[in-house]
Design a protein around this ligand. Structure first.
Ligand SMILES: Nc1ncnc2c1ncn2[C@@H]1O[C@H](COP(=O)(O)OP(=O)(O)O)[C@@H](O)[C@H]1O
Ligand SMILES: [Mg+2]
Length: 459
């Protein structure tokens, strides 16, 4: 199993091996190139020493010209370098005794412009003099350029290794990051309820392990999608099934009412109210389910939003409690938009009833419409805001999730199942618009619905 794993060229082990080998080879090659270049640049005799040596050549020549051999001998001995002047037979011109090691090294004589070894030693440098004589100078080891060269070479080795590692690590990280980013993006889309994610087709990684992970991810998305589908189906079916017994109960209550006395009628009233409540709930669940499953056929036509909103506000005003007020501010009238009137009414109705329910008895509710342009498209914005307590900032997105009711103790007293805003959201999406909630700085919640003015053609 392990061997098989190692042999596959698309396995992570193989790819890492490839990267590491590349790094190693790259570092070695670059270091060899650097070494070569440094030798050429740094291992020649330094210019200041060359100048000194040329000076010595001139001085030696002047002794030869004068044929002053004893002067030459004295001069040789007084030099800071170990030097000899040889004749064309490679014998010293003077009677000075030559060190045997020096004599031996004469076989490895170097030109002044030659590149030296990178090992610190004492090379002999030969320079031509007049009459076929030669000046031989032994370069002291402390003046050998290899000293500087070794330092530079060590630094360049480190720099090359670090740079190569950095570059290859960057490439490796990029290659590893790409599939990870794709997966992350896909999991975000999945979290937003997009079950159509298909990472395998998008990823096409060269690494088998990533492809395996992608296909597992797709499988998981598929399973979640099926699970969520079944759950939605269950909610729909159960709600649907509840309708018949509820209808029967309604009839039974009507029949009962005819047979009870005044005291019994109160109980029947309570019973009827309960059944009505349940009917409403089942109706909302079914409506949400229809919208969520795109089973609702929107009926697009030109609608005067101003007129529709005014009508809803009129109705809402009849149910105001305490010192609640609603004011309406229309930017232009009539305000025609291509939309589905029923869905829009559903949204505005819910926003108004929410404001009345949750903003308190002193609520001042404000409805505004205005025209805006977003990314070159014309929208009509309908804003419903109140001066109530608003929604805790970290829960602001949550209120659009089905069955979400914040502060349940407070909310229980009021009717509603936490489906109103979910229905509003699904409706607005179907109308091609957007809905957002935000807490106002002045306190209170504001819900903004942006509807495209005429993007959807009238059917
Ligand atoms: N105007 C508002 N002010 C404060 N909280 C609100 C407001 N509108 C909605 N909410 C919160 O959002 C939740 C969800 O609203 P909604 O989906 O309409 O459900 P419901 O009206 O059935 O409670 C509400 O239970 C409430 O906690
Ligand atoms: Mg509501």
């Amino acid at each position: 199993m392990k061997n098989q794993f190692l042999l596959k060229s698309d396995s992570l082990v193989f790819q890492l091996f490839g990267y590491m080998s590349t790094v190693l080879i790259l570092i070695l090659v670059l270091q060899a190139i650097a070494e070569h270049a440094l030798i050429r640049v740094m291992l020649g005799v330094p210019q200041e020493i060359k100048n000194e040596l040329y000076q010595l050549v001139d001085e030696a020549n002047s002794f030869i010209d004068k044929n002053d051999i004893s002067g030459l001998e004295e001069w040789e001995e007084s030099q800071p370098y170990y030097i000899f002047v040889l004749n064309n037979l490679n014998k010293p011109l003077t009677s000075r005794q030559m060190h045997p090691h020096f004599e031996f090294k004469l076989k490895f004589l170097r030109e002044i412009d030659e590149i030296l070894d990178n090992k610190v030693n004492k090379p002999l440098i030969g320079m031509g003099l007049r009459n076929g004589n030669k000046l031989i100078v032994q370069l002291p080891s402390q003046k050998h350029p290899a000293h500087r060269y070794l330092l530079f070479f060590s630094i360049s080795k480190v720099i090359i290794a670090v740079l190569t590692l950095l570059i290859v690590s960057y490439i490796l990280a990029k290659n590893l990051q790409n599939p990870l980013n794709r997966l992350r993006e896909a999991s975000r889309r999945l979290a937003c309820g997009d079950f159509s994610v298909n990472v395998v087709s998008e990823l096409k990684s060269k690494t088998r392990e990533f492809n395996d992970l992608a296909s597992d991810f797709d499988h998981m998305a598929d399973q979640i999608s099926q699970l969520s589908g079944r759950q939605r189906q269950l909610i729909r079916d159960v709600s649907h099934e509840l309708r018949t017994p509820l209808a029967r109960q309604n009839i039974a209550i009507h029949l009962l009412r005819a047979q009870v006395d005044e005291k019994g009628e109160q109980i029947v009233d309570r019973l009827e109210a309960q059944v009505d409540e349940m009917n409403k709930m089942v109706g909302e669940i079914l409506e949400f389910s229809r919208l969520e499953n795109a089973r609702y056929e929107a009926n697009f036509k030109w609608v005067d939003l101003g007129g529709v909103i005014s009508m809803q506000i009129e109705q809402a005003r009849r149910q105001l409690v305490g010192a609640q007020v609603i004011d309406f501010n229309l930017e232009r009238s009539p305000c025609f938009v291509v939309t589905d009137e029923r869905l829009f009414v559903r949204c505005i109705d819910n926003l108004l009833s929410n404001a009345m329910k949750y903003a308190g008895t002193n609520a001042s509710i404000s409805v505004r419409t205005l025209d805006i342009t977003r990314q070159g498209k014309a929208f009509t914005r309908v804003q419903v805001s109140d001066n109530g307590p608003g929604v805790p900032q970290e829960k602001i997105e949550e209120i659009f999730t089905p069955f979400t009711r914040l502060d349940s103790s407070r909310a229980k007293a009021r009717s509603g199942y936490g489906l109103g805003l979910s229905i509003a959201k699904e409706s607005v999406l179907l109308l091609g618009g957007t809905i957002i909630a935000e807490n106002l700085i002045t306190g209170g919640l504001s819900i903004e619905i942006d509807l495209p003015q005429s993007e959807i053609s009238v059917l």
